[in-house]
Design a protein around this ligand. Structure first.
Ligand code: GLU
Length: 272
């Protein structure tokens, strides 16, 4: 079957040049090795996702010349599968309900000056009487989970070396949000395994959380794919391209008269 890669956009806006770069990176890794490129729609957050964006994603990717096997996997249709995965972790005593609001949960010791690295205080970890009338999120008891999993590592296919994983630095991450009952971390691990993905390609902004994904894979007894993270495209000010910046959306570039080939060249220019 060969290598299986995937592009997994969230349909919360139009794809831009950076997404094209990411999709093409996955596409090329599959093509170079006679493998398969899959598409997955990461639409667990129904308040932010729109079906019109999904339609546009298909159109944009086809315009770039990409194709993928059917059926496309929609995460919104897999809530029962995520629930089962949570049940497995719960049965191992690794989850606890967290009633903190976002504000309360924020967060003891931000590391590396980056809010994404802020760590939960653990206020709800040993709660005996839960506060009534508030839906809880489910957090992973990181210390217990790491003790159970033992040493972890993943293969960085971009650098050709094995990387030691240190998920503990993220603290007790949320695996089921109170509003959507699952999370990116849980769903991405469950679905990469379900789709037989052997090489996860994605932007370097997600490199660090690969450590969390290794832990979840081990706890759920899922296979570990290899990973290749690519640099993010940036604008002339050095800012990451964002979905809200419509000027570089693929639709806008197409309307300006750019050919798919010109967009592909622009998208891949910075990827080396
Ligand atoms: N849905 C994620 C995003 O759009 C992709 C996550 C991944 O590739 O692991 O950023």
């Amino acid at each position: 079957m060969g290598v299986i890669t995937r592009f997994a956009p969230s349909p919360t806006g139009f794809l831009h040049l950076g997404h094209a770069a990411s999709a093409l990176f996955a596409w090329r890794q599959a093509q170079e090795e006679g493998g398969t490129f899959l598409l997955r729609i990461e639409d667990i957050d129904s308040s932010r996702c729109r079906s019109s964006y999904v339609t546009q994603i298909f159109e944009d990717l086809r315009w770039l010349g990409l194709h993928w096997p059917q059926p496309v996997l929609y995460q919104s249709q897999r809530m029962a599968v995520y629930r089962q995965a949570l049940d497995v972790l719960q049965a191992k005593g690794l989850l606890y309900p967290c009633f903190c609001t976002r504000k309360e949960a924020v967060l003891s010791a931000p590391q590396e000056g980056d809010e994404a690295f802020a760590v939960y205080t653990g206020a709800c970890r040993n709660l005996t009487t839960p506060p009534p009338l508030r839906e809880p999120a489910l957090r992973l008891d990181m210390q217990k989970a790491c003790a159970l999993a033992g040493p972890l590592s993943w293969y960085d296919a971009a650098c050709g070396r094995v990387v030691e994983a240190d998920p503990a630095r993220f603290g007790d991450v949320i695996l089921a949000r109170r509003d959507i009952k699952t999370s990116y971390h849980l769903a991405v691990c469950v679905d990469d395994a379900a789709q037989g993905v052997t090489l996860v390609t994605r932007g370097e902004d997600l490199r660090a959380v690969t450590d969390i994904h290794c832990l979840i894979q081990t706890l759920l007894d899922l296979p570990r794919p290899a990973y290749a993270h690519h640099p993010l495209l940036r604008d002339e000010k050095g800012q990451r391209l964002a979905k809200r910046d419509q000027s570089l959306s693929l639709g806008a570039l197409r309307q300006k008269g750019l050919s798919p080939q010109a967009v592909i060249e622009q998208a891949c220019f910075n990827q080396g």
